[in-house]
Ligand binder design. Structure first.
Ligand code: 4NP
Length: 160
């Protein structure tokens, strides 16, 4: 049985990428594909290692039925580029940092999340950390749209 794996990446792994992970897990579960699509997240930085997601991200997720509480921040490493089929970044700074970590032959695994929601015409998921609650709602809106598109893209790989 073919399987695919995706790792969402932001700077701290406490706001955007755990939100994307929780949304994607929810969609994958709803689609009955939990056995086939492996979902994780990580940060490019190391400031928040081992921490639970930001409380504002947890609260915003909870309001829409996504559970972020069990997630813990970790830092992306070169070995993740062997383990995952896709490494999905939130913004251009994430992409640059990932290109510096990825073994050369695996750099084509790096993508921007909003590529999977072309209808929204947004290149990046903006960092909500220094803003208010509305920023976390915007992150959720973007993650819901893009993870829906990403799931549709991944599904096309499952012909058997
Ligand atoms: P994230 O947000 O990259 O979406 O997890 C941030 C979290 C922490 C910091 C910056 C962005 N920080 O500067 O500590």
């Amino acid at each position: 049985m073919k399987k695919v794996s995706v790792c969402f990446v932001c700077l701290g792994n406490i706001c955007r990428s755990p939100t994307a992970e929780a949304v994607m897990r929810h969609l994958v579960g709803q689609a009955g594909l939990a056995e086939r699509i492996d979902v994780d997240s990580a940060g490019t930085g190391d400031w928040h290692l081992g921490e639970a997601p930001d409380e504002r991200a947890q609260r915003a997720g909870q309001r829409r039925g996504y559970g972020l509480a069990p997630l813990r921040a970790r830092q992306i490493g070169a070995d993740d580029f062997e383990r995952f089929d896709l490494v999905v970044a939130m913004d251009d700074a994430n992409v640059t940092a990932l290109q510096n970590v990825a073994p050369t032959a695996t750099r084509d695994k790096i993508r921007l999340l909003m590529e999977f929601a072309p209808q929204r015409n947004e290149r990046v998921v903006t960092d909500p950390y220094f803003g208010g609650e509305a920023g976390f709602e915007a992150v959720l809106d973007q993650c819901e749209a893009a993870c829906t598109g990403l799931l549709a893209a991944l599904r096309t790989q499952f012909t058997v």
